[in-house]
Design a protein around this ligand. Structure first.
Ligand code: MG
Length: 202
């Protein structure tokens, strides 16, 4: 199982970090050791003083595929969930300045909390609303209709380079409103009104 993450996939988020809006998808990966499931707590690592939340819709790949055409990409996922792409923003900024890979800022243990999934058919085709609350206050709101690269485009693009397998996860990018998490914060992530992820920061 692998975790593929799309960066800069909402124009307003690209702008808030002063990044260009990309002309083709930007992706990176996290190892399986990044996953946190069953609402287990996230422990702040001691190598960063600026861990940011990025709430993202997550696609679960349901069969193996390589060089998938965009028009067939919808056949490769039937469930959509929600997760957090935790980012050590201080380390990432240094990596970006030096033109180095982002792994230590993005792929560390526990950097990918994952919530429950919903059947794709049960979700609106016109756009999937999602949001993140911290301590009961909404901090990020997104709608899949604002994606720069759609789920199907992402699958087609990534599968040119990397074979997708059943159980692989694609974190599809975060909307604007990213920010720091602190000890004792409670994070709750929703698709529509349904709470699919809830955990504490320790
Ligand atoms: Mg992200």
């Amino acid at each position: 199982m692998k975790i593929i993450c799309i960066g800069r996939n909402y124009a307003e988020h690209a702008k808030e970090l002063k990044n260009e809006v990309p002309k083709e998808p930007v992706f990176f990966m996290k190892p399986d050791t990044a996953l946190i499931i069953r609402n287990q707590p996230f422990f702040l690592p001691d190598f960063s003083t600026d861990i940011h939340h990025e709430v993202e819709l997550v696609i679960k790949i349901n069969r193996v595929g390589k060089n998938i055409e965009e028009r067939f990409a919808h056949k490769y996922y039937s469930e959509i969930g929600i997760g957090i792409d935790f980012t050590a923003r201080d380390l990432q900024t240094k990596c970006k300045e030096k033109g180095l890979p982002w792994e230590k800022a993005k792929a560390f243990d526990g950097s990918a909390p994952l919530g429950g999934f919903l059947q794709k058919e049960s979700l609106p085709k016109t756009g999937i609303l999602f949001h993140l609350e911290i301590n009961g206050k909404t901090v990020q709101t997104g709608n899949s209709k604002d994606l720069i690269f759609s789920f199907d485009k992402i699958i087609a693009y990534v599968s040119q380079f990397i074979t997708l397998k059943k159980g692989d996860l694609i974190y599809t990018g975060t909307p604007e409103g990213v920010g720091q998490v602190q000890t004792d914060d409670r994070l709750e992530a929703f698709i529509g009104e349904e709470k699919l992820l809830a955990f504490n920061v320790k």
